[in-house]
Write a protein that binds this ligand. Structure first.
Ligand SMILES: Nc1ncnc2c1ncn2[C@@H]1O[C@H](COP(=O)(O)OP(=O)(O)OP(=O)(O)O)[C@@H](O)[C@H]1O
Ligand SMILES: [Mg+2]
Length: 322
């Protein structure tokens, strides 16, 4: 079994303004295939690091619910943190048909060696593995899950062992490093905006077991930092223009009062990163900025929305928009 070790937040996440003595823990470095691979250019937000590491260090019996708009850095934020703490992650994405057995495991016919006749074997699901080995169970888009199925998790969220009836009543006790983190665009109370298809209202008793943190789109300085890391050779004026354009699009999307947006798509950090990368890739082509914007966002929009977005970009870029 791998050893649990302390990590300095300052060193592990390159946060120069955090005192050296602030620590969290994780596992000793290993090549466990479930440890997420890390993106060296990833830009961390201090508050997010603080909240997530506080949870990982001491969950006090809670699970963690990370909520926020699409492409804001929820999933990657968690896997990038886990990567630096060498904490293996069992990751799945929920949908309306997900059942508890998908998480626990099932019997399957498995050939011990290629060509040999198959034998029945119990295949442990991500929940069972995470509980046994002390991994993080990361359920993405949790609010797409059927609330009745999700409520089946309540017992283990409370620290009780998992009993696998299908496998001869096997009992799996939770490893002290077992954690549950979920992400979703809503907060489990349904989707009031109507933007997220398939979001279900979750059971209030199930939601009561989570600690919530919100991840919005990063502020301008952080997004400039992200673009500086993913597309360092792109002209700085262009990077600034991209972040400004993204923020103007978000304003139009949200509207003045938060619910009267004029367009139905927005520019996520994911889109922004894609826009910058494609602009570099197509450098030299005529009007690269527009070409890359088409591919990263505009193709998904209606004509009017596309025109509104193009107007914003032209205004922001001025002479640079060629
Ligand atoms: N802080 C960051 N540094 C670098 N890249 C980032 C950062 N935040 C987001 N990104 C980029 O945005 C992409 C999307 O992030 P992520 O998958 O974490 O979003 P999400 O919030 O989980 O979205 P969804 O709700 O659609 O699941 C990442 O793959 C990465 O390219
Ligand atoms: Mg995600």
């Amino acid at each position: 079994m791998t050893e649990v070790v302390k990590y300095s937040i300052r060193k592990a996440f390159g946060m120069q303004d955090v005192p050296e003595k602030v620590t969290t823990f994780g596992f000793a470095p290993s090549d466990d295939p479930y440890i997420p691979s890390k993106d060296e250019t990833y830009v961390f937000r201090k508050e997010f690091i603080r909240e997530v590491t506080a949870f990982l260090k001491n969950p006090f019996g809670d699970a963690l619910y990370v909520t926020g708009p699409t492409g804001s850095g929820k999933t990657s934020g968690i896997t990038e943190i886990a990567a630096r703490l060498f904490w293996p992650v069992q990751q799945i994405t929920a949908n309306g048909r997900m059942e508890l057995t998908d998480l626990i495991g099932h019997h399957a016919l498995v050939s011990p060696k290629p060509g040999e006749p198959p034998v029945m074997q119990f295949m442990y699901g991500p929940l069972a593995v995470a509980m046994k080995k002390g991994h993080i169970l990361l359920i993405n888009e949790v609010d797409l899950a059927d609330p009745a199925e999700l409520s089946g998790l309540n017992d283990v969220l409370e620290g009780r062992p998992l009993v696998i009836a299908q496998n001869g009543g096997e009992i799996i006790k939770p490893h002290p490093m077992f954690r549950v983190v979920v992400t979703g665009n809503s907060t489990g109370s349904g989707d009031a905006s109507g933007l997220y298809q398939g979001v279900m209202m979750q059971n209030i008793a199930a939601m009561d077991r989570y600690r919530f943190i919100e991840v919005g789109y990063p502020d301008e300085a952080t997004e400039l930092g992200i673009l500086g890391r993913v597309a360092p050779t792109l002209n700085e004026g262009i990077r600034k223009g991209m972040v400004k354009t993204a923020n103007e699009i978000r304003k139009l999307f949200v509207g003045e009062n938060g619910d009267d947006g004029q367009i139905g798509v927005t520019m996520s950090t994911r889109n922004l990163v894609r826009w910058a990368k494609l602009t570099l890739q197509f450098r030299g082509a005529p009007n690269t900025l527009k070409y890359a914007l088409d591919q990263s966002l505009l193709t998904r929009t209606s004509n009017e929305e596309g025109e509104a977005i193009l107007r914003i970009a032209k205004d922001v870029f001025g002479d640079l928009w060629r």
